[in-house]
Design a protein around this ligand. Sequence first.
Ligand SMILES: [Mn+2]
Length: 335
Amino acid sequence: MTLIRQDLDGYDLIGDVHGCGASLAVLLEKLGYSYREGVYRHPRRRVIFLGDLIDRGPRIRLALNIARDMVEAGEADIVMGNHEYNALAYCRRAPPEWAGEWLREHSPRHNRIINETLAQFRDHPQEWQSHLDWFMTMPLCLERDGLRVVHACWDHDLIAPFLAQCPDGCMSEEFFYDSACPGTFAFRVMDRLTRGPSLPLPAGLRIYSGDGFTRTSFRAHFWARAPLTYGDVVFQPDNLPDDLENQPLSTEERQRLPYYGPEEPPLFIGHYWCEGVPALPAPNIACLDYSAVKYGRLVAYRWEGEQRLDANHFVWVDVAREGSVPPAPDDIALA
Ligand SMILES: [Mn+2]
């Protein structure tokens, strides 16, 4: 039994692009898409982007234009990543009665996350504003034709009440403002769906991450059925400090972690900066973020309706360092 649309052979899910626009064009061509009438198209397939198109990389405008043109032409769908959400909150003025000037404070840390995007749009302010408007139309999660898509974590206990409030999966204006206030339901939904679960490190311990940030928590995954230790749930490139791999999870910590079981529909996520050759963390879960922007891989999964995912369905391009990428035709057309 096929669960996908009769007129389609399947969906190509594409992980975090992070401004690697030229690599995205190469990946789409490798997947059999061709650039016609200003949009990458495939006669029998559609793309679903997992979010995080922006920030960090050298070709952010190109990445946005390729993806947005596909979505607006009906050739692709997308879910919101934490970086699109950050951009929205960073660029939105707070209501006058609020303490700060912006929904997301312009602190050095926050400036640093969005700097590259703002720099590349410096001479294109209207285009940037138009993309911000587009970000507001991105759903936070997507379920269709037997698959599920979310940037970081599918958490039933939050998604069900969220969809009751926002049935199309998109933030309402009210939800957006609420989401900027820690402690609200909207904040919990955004944090969990676009950043995933994390657990705080014991007091005084820190992770000095390869990306230059210092962290006091670590990213955990949500597909271990009965995890016992931190090592059973850690899901990030940085090692845990000291002997924390063996630290037992407390009952409270276990309860804080959502669980996505093997009997659920196939789920596609990005976000987690995996490294190396793409592999499946669970039979029904694929993470497609392989650190493209850190000269890793930009990864797609070609889904044909299978309920048990198959590692042979990964397709990727290696992202080369600047200067070693041969110019592609779209570099001229879409620059
Ligand atoms: Mn992300």
